[in-house]
Write a protein that binds this ligand. Structure first.
Ligand code: CUA
Length: 158
């Protein structure tokens, strides 16, 4: 079969890029123990409101100053509905669902995780802009999905 020389060059170039990119994914995944932000830690969705950290969702500050926000995403609300976190400090969100798949997206930031029942989704970020942020569910979860919103307030510390 006759393949034009330039076409052959492009075929090799495209194949080379595929090998390069696939290799980069494999190497960084192995070297950095990379994994998706969710679906690593499991939790029993049936006992969320009875025991454990998700029974009392809210914001906690550790002795070292790090902030953890424990949240539940459920039919059709985030608990707590209003979250206040400090500006310029690492904030870790730990979220799970007692019912169906939900989303947790802080509009205007790159925080965007899927929240699946039975799993804890964890994401850490540092807010650099104070203000009020809209939190939305971006996975269709039922008839009132469009009403599932929360508020995140990032406050500068005195
Ligand atoms: Cu929860 Cu859509």
């Amino acid at each position: 079969m006759q393949v034009d020389r330039y076409e052959r060059y492009w075929l090799w170039a495209a194949t080379g890029m595929l090998v390069l990119f696939t290799g980069a994914i494999v190497i960084t995944a192995l070297a950095g123990s990379a994994h998706p932000p969710s679906h690593v830690e499991t939790v029993n969705p049936e006992t969320l409101d009875i025991s454990g950290e998700f029974a009392t969702p809210g914001v906690a500050t550790a002795a070292d100053g790090s902030v953890t926000v424990v949240m539940r995403a459920e039919f059709y609300v985030f608990r707590p509905e209003v979250v206040r976190v400090p500006l310029g400090r690492a904030v870790t969100f730990r979220i799970t669902s007692p019912d169906v798949l939900h989303g947790f997206q802080i509009v205007g930031t790159n925080v965007n995780v899927t929240v699946a029942p039975g799993y804890v989704s964890e994401v850490t970020t540092t807010f650099t802009e104070p203000g009020e942020y809209l939190v939305v569910c971006n996975e269709y979860c039922g008839l009132a999905h469009h009403n599932m919103q929360g508020t995140l307030i990032v406050e500068a510390e005195p």
